[in-house]
Write a protein that binds this ligand. Structure first.
Ligand code: ADP
Ligand code: MG
Length: 292
């Protein structure tokens, strides 16, 4: 880290070639042009990587993007023979760190199936998913469960909160499952952002829909995941709450340089994304950058 930092003078041109070959999320591979034998690999945590990027103005200098998600020939079939349904059919794409992608398509087109496969909650029939260079489906179930908790934040339309746990317990659950301590500063920041400080002891059924979705966002963000995946997160909310939830997700996307993928039926949401993907009959039929 420091060795590399010392070599990055103001006038040096540096290119980030790819996300981690080392399989460590947040690793950074740099090559100084004209010095191609001096490739520098930094395996750093998300937090120190963020500091590194800011300190060296890597974004301003156009060194990023770093690829955070790579999907290769992803296929998922349900059933077999005559009843076989190809919910996802040979889908490939790449997403960079910090991108905000909207996924749209008719009901039954395969959007949720795709998101589940990106999130490591289901296994593909064939094809691969790499998150930060890690091949998700090369891992066994327990490795995948740990990876998912730490690197991927999932948000659903119907919140999926645990009814017998209060707000604070629901949000910190991913840490507790991992046997990790709560970082109180980070927790306070999240609670503050979500305006949930005076609801900590409430159970999910004592909250409005918008508040429940805030809790599920808090749970998704507590580990500061690289990848945030949301399946119609505003589908069950009125327009005011929808707008607020979207603002929260966008803010988190920018503030923590997270990659955000949202499935949505709402055209207004899709138009706020950097990029829109259209799924039809299990295929990616359109993939358009609408904002740089
Ligand atoms: P979307 O989220 O775009 O509405 P889904 O990904 O949920 O679509 O579903 C895609 C297709 O796969 C649909 O035809 C659906 O019926 C089928 N499907 C989804 N999950 C299952 C399952 N567990 N078993 C059988 N078929 C499924
Ligand atoms: Mg769906």
């Amino acid at each position: 880290m420091h060795g590399c930092a010392a070599r990055l003078g103001e006038n040096e041109k540096v290119t980030a070639l790819s996300a981690p070959e080392a399989g460590v999320l947040g690793a950074l591979l740099l090559r100084i042009p004209g010095n191609s034998d001096k490739t520098v690999i930094n395996a750093v945590t998300g937090a120190s990587l963020k500091g590194f990027i800011i300190n060296h103005g890597l974004k301003e200098r156009g060194i990023f993007p770093v690829e955070i998600l790579r999907v290769e020939h992803l296929t998922k079939s349900y059933g077999s023979g005559e009843t076989e349904v190809k919910a996802l059919n040979d889908v490939s794409f790449r997403v960079n760190r910090g991108e905000f992608v909207a996924i749209v398509g008719a009901s039954g087109s395969g959007k949720s199936t795709l998101l589940h496969l990106l999130g490591g909650v289901d296994r593909p029939t064939s094809g691969k998913v790499f998150v930060g260079g890690t091949d998700l489906y090369a891992m066994n179930e327990s490795q995948l469960a740990v990876f998912r908790r730490r690197q991927i934040g999932l948000i659903y339309q119907f919140y999926n909160l645990i009814p017998v746990l209060n707000v604070l317990e629901n949000i910190t659950l991913p840490l507790l499952l991992d046997g990790r301590k709560v970082n109180h500063q980070q927790l306070a920041e999240i609670l503050d952002t979500l305006s949930l400080q005076n609801r900590l002891k409430h159970l999910p059924n004592q909250l409005s829909g918008g508040q429940q979705q805030r809790v599920s966002i808090g749970r998704a963000l507590i580990n500061n995941p690289a990848l945030v995946l949301a399946d119609e997160p505003t589908g069950n909310l009125d327009s005011k709450n929808s707008a607020e939830i979207l603002e929260l997700l966008k803010m988190s996307n920018r503030k923590y340089d997270q990659t955000l993928l949202i499935i949505t039926h709402d055209e207004d949401i899709a138009l706020q994304a950097d990029r829109v993907m259209v799924i039809e009959d299990g295929r990616l039929i359109k993939d358009e950058v609408i904002r740089k």
